[in-house]
Write a protein that binds this ligand. Structure first.
Ligand code: BES
Ligand code: ZN
Length: 457
């Protein structure tokens, strides 16, 4: 209870404060040498080469959730935490991969030879009927003519959900969708819960060929999806905990997190081996540092699949743990040479304890860190549980995002060092034993004046 109040008070104090401590002019918010002494206690220990070497190791192969690549990373991370002296746990959870099975589209005359792929969550069904072209499948384009027929749809503009809803409403019994202009292949598409319909994806070329044929005469087609299935896989969170000094325990918990999984087609050096490496380094330097606060370092699995690991972790927290959690720092894409400046994103675009402390630490160490509004990472489940949290990331982000080019050579040691210093100093401000520093002005660093930034991504 008191902790949440504290966060609100601090934020409110910043809004009301007429004093600008740093903003643009000065680079430091604090003339108090003791603030820097506290910061130095942690930041002097940071070894940027440790972070760089860990990114090198983790980005040797993709770390797709539920694969061997992820499991190898998970074991490495666990071993590192244990070497530093943490109680470390692998937290498994089940996720479902989509096996598209076998899909076919045959048309009367038997001369359609295009490649087909079932949509994610397509129904396993075989239907035979006329093909009806419905353009982009907007409500205006879809008429009663599609009733009992297979809708031929161009991808784009509307969501898969909306397009399928629109044709289902008018009684379509199957979906054939072709790719949008400029998009290659036919690996796309998703049917949603309750939209029980067979649906397949075609390349743009194959789709346009059918559209053209339909201009001359009707086409009767058989669309069939077989053996498409959800396959259960296991992904993991890695959780390292350090209890506070027994005589000083104030009951608070601070979490630092990153996601260790990557997308399939890239090594994920920046997304998010960088965040994992920074999390490991902060764990290393804080392992032997006495604190009055419980520290948790967590790397999440299956972030790229929809924040699955962090939702799972947040769901396993007891009410008491949620109440005691005062801050979550999420590190995602924190080392790219080709990205912009550091920013702190919150899902609601509001300041909170984490952004207040992060902005202030930034101002003491390099420059004040602004904040903005964004979800898209593992701070979201913490935010949804009411835990003050923020995503630390550089924006605008780099062109290599989610590509095979997200490699070690794009990593900047300066950026890694700077983020580790700012987040390390922030965590230490909350966790150091002479706190509650936040409500004691003799020991709390000065707040920073920091702004909302509509930064392009
Ligand atoms: N690190 C990214 C999120 C990100 C990318 C934030 C670029 C800001 C700029 C993260 O790993 C990611 O890709 N998230 C997914 C969302 C998730 C819910 C599947 C995304 O943004 O597509
Ligand atoms: Zn990421």
């Amino acid at each position: 209870m008191y902790r949440k109040t504290m966060a609100v008070m601090l934020t409110a104090g910043l809004i009301l404060s007429p004093v600008s401590f740093s903003a643009n002019a000065a680079s430091s918010t604090s003339n108090n040498p003791s603030d820097h002494a506290f910061d130095n206690k942690v930041i002097k220990k940071i070894k940027v080469d440790n972070m760089y070497d860990n990114i090198a190791l983790l980005s040797k192969q993709p770390r797709v959730a539920g694969t061997e690549g992820e499991y190898e990373a998970v074991q490495y991370i666990k071993n590192q935490f244990e070497e530093y002296g943490y109680d470390t746990e692998l937290q498994p959870f089940t996720m479902y991969d989509w096996d598209p099975g076998v899909s076919t589209l045959s048309i009367e005359g038997g001369d359609f030879t295009g490649d087909t792929r079932s949509f994610y969550a397509s129904a396993n069904e075989s239907v035979t009927s006329q093909l009806e072209f419905v353009g982009l499948a907007s409500p205006e384009e879809v008429s009663e003519d599609v009733k009992g027929k297979i809708a031929l749809i161009e991808r784009g503009q509307y969501t898969f959900y909306e397009k399928i809803e629109n044709v289902l409403e008018k009684g379509a019994i199957g979906v054939v969708m072709y790719n949008a202009e400029g998009q290659s292949g036919n690996n796309f598409g998703s049917v949603y819960l309750g939209q029980d319909i067979p649906a397949i994806a075609l390349t743009r070329e194959d789709g346009l060929e059918l559209v053209e044929r339909l201009q001359n005469k009707e086409i009767t087609a058989t669309l069939s999806v077989e053996n498409a299935n959800f396959v259960a896989k296991t992904s993991y969170n890695v959780i390292a905990k350090k209890e506070p000094h027994p005589n000083k325990d104030n009951g608070q918990i601070v979490t630092v997190g990153a996601h260790h999984d990557s997308v399939p087609n890239g090594p994920g050096a920046n997304d998010d081996a960088s965040g994992v490496a920074a999390t490991l380094e902060l764990a290393r330097i804080l392992a032997k540092t006495p604190t009055d606060t419980e520290l948790r370092f967590v790397t999440f699995g299956a972030e790229e699949r929809g924040l699955l690991g962090s939702y799972h972790y947040a769901d396993t927290l007891s009410d008491e743990e949620i109440e005691n959690s005062v801050a979550h720092f999420q590190l995602d894409m924190v080392g790219s040479k080709d990205a912009g400046d550091l920013i702190m994103f919150t899902p609601d675009g509001e300041k909170n304890l984490v952004t207040d402390i992060g902005a202030s630490a930034g101002a003491r160490i390099s420059e004040v860190v602004d904040y903005g509004q964004l979800g898209r990472s593992d701070h979201v489940p913490f935010f949804e549980k009411g835990i003050p949290s923020a995503l630390f990331i550089h924006a605008p982000f780099e062109p290599w995002y989610h590509s095979p080019e997200d490699t070690l050579d794009k990593i900047s040691k300066e950026k890694l060092q700077n983020v580790a210093e700012i987040v390390g100093a922030s965590v230490y401000q909350i966790a150091r034993p002479d706190t509650p520093a936040l409500e004691n002005s003799n020991v709390a660093p000065s707040p920073a004046d920091y702004d909302f930034d509509y930064r392009p991504l």
